[in-house]
Design a protein around this ligand. Structure first.
Ligand code: PLP
Length: 400
């Protein structure tokens, strides 16, 4: 089991007296990652792949090593399969803007998606005359695979599904959905924003063509993230931007793009952030992703069970804790979720998120709740005692 007490020492911010239960929005960052980023600025700050001097050489080496580390963390073959981008949203937009869409192409997505993996496809549909078909889940966020079998057909160009819902915490059978997509010659994109931080991810095993993820949700710096691109799609996937750093050759009237990953990295990359993300991957690997998952399940179980026992509290998501990560959203009586979150912060020093969580289709279609709900989300540094404090606070609030 995760040694939480020792892990907590790596997060000095936890000494500020706040119980941080908002890691699904953005995780905290351990000292090792902060120091690694600072090392770049203090020891060898320079641009990468551009200079022959020693700072540039060191920066390039550290950047490439980190890039390799990130690729390894998600089970990719090598760093050429991972485009470093700012976040999940940019990664998804890269795919949306790089495919040569044709009128009539179908995109299959689901009702539980984050806006980043939803409106992006609505825009593709508007721009290129494609259609978007939305697969619905039950109220727990669980899908019947037959629904995907029904929606995905030979006109489907892309299936875009989240690995883990940021509202319901439910884990989706990406591998199985991916098989259905591939049977029909469709591409598969998984939104890994909530999956990669919590579940050992192996893109080869999942079989996906694309996987988007954010560094800031997995102990890394803000401004770091990645898009995994399967070997077969590397050639045809167009970069979002081109310019310095992306070319093999340029003449007066033509240019030739470099090989991946350089072709995806236009301009000076987020050097310190990528180096920091590499360190975050090392940190998580050191703890062990299986351990992270086990601890997550323990926290989620206590959280979900405890909340569901409080009079006047409704919780959302799967009833089986093994089907969710450490993330439980809930509402207290008919209180506005923002009032609940504000009270948690000001009166109990607990940070939770509230609102629609950028998932309005889910909130409206499954629950008729445009104001959304409150959400407590955990990570490897949270303790069972912190969950007890949260449960006590919710009990107090529900009593009013
Ligand atoms: C499931 C999911 N997808 C996409 C995103 C967007 O991530 P980012 O804001 O890092 O681009 C989030 C962020 O909360 C998310 O939870």
């Amino acid at each position: 089991m995760v040694d939480v007490e020792s892990i907590r020492k790596d997060f000095p911010i936890l000494g500020k007296g706040v119980i941080y239960l908002d890691s699904a929005a953005s995780s905290l960052t351990p000292e090792q990652v902060v120091l690694k980023e600072m090392e770049f600025y203090r020891e060898y700050r320079a641009n990468v792949e551009r200079g022959l001097h020693r700072f540039s050489q060191r920066a390039s080496e550290e950047y490439e090593t980190a890039h390799e580390e990130v690729a390894h963390f998600i089970g990719a073959k090598g760093r050429e399969n991972v485009a470093m981008v700012r976040n999940t949203t940019e990664a998804i937009n890269l795919v949306a803007n790089s495919l040569d869409w044709e009128k009539g192409d179908k995109i299959v997505t689901t009702v539980i998606e984050h806006h980043s993996n939803y409106i992006t496809w609505l825009r593709v549909a508007q721009r290129h005359g494609c259609t978007v078909e939305v697969v619905r889940s039950n109220r727990e966020g669980i899908f019947d695979l037959a629904e995907f079998e029904q929606s995905i057909d030979d006109s489907t160009r892309l299936v875009a599904v989240t690995h883990v819902s940021n509202v319901l915490g439910c884990i989706q059978p990406i591998k199985e959905i991916c098989s259905i997509a591939h049977e029909h010659g469709a591409l598969m994109l998984a939104d890994g924003a909530q999956g990669v931080p919590h579940i050992k991810t192996d893109v080869m095993e999942m079989g996906v063509d694309f996987l988007a993820f954010s560094g800031h949700k997995m102990l890394g710096p803000t401004g770091s993230g990645g898009l995994y691109i399967a070997e077969e799609q590397l050639e045809s996937t167009e970069p979002l931007c081109i310019g310095g750093g992306t070319i093999r050759d340029v003449s007066l009237n033509s240019y030739e793009l470099a090989v991946p990953p350089q072709k995806f990295e236009a301009g000076t990359p987020a050097i310190a952030q990528v180096i920091g993300l590499g360190e975050a991957c090392r940190y998580l690997t050191g703890v062990g992703m299986d351990e992270v998952k086990r601890w997550d399940e323990r926290l989620a179980e206590k959280l979900a069970e405890g909340l569901s026992e409080i009079d006047g509290v409704e919780i959302f998501g799967p009833s089986d804790p093994r089907q969710r990560v450490g993330l439980v959203s809930f509402n207290v009586r008919d209180m506005n979720p923002h009032d609940v979150a504000l009270s948690m912060d000001t009166e109990y020093n607990i940070a939770v998120r509230s609102g629609h969580h950028c998932a309005l289709p889910l909130m409206k279609e499954l629950f008729g709740l445009p104001d959304g709900n409150a959400r407590a989300s955990t990570y490897l540094y949270n303790t069972l005692e912190e969950i007890d404090v949260l449960l006590g606070a919710v009990e107090d609030i529900a009593r009013v």
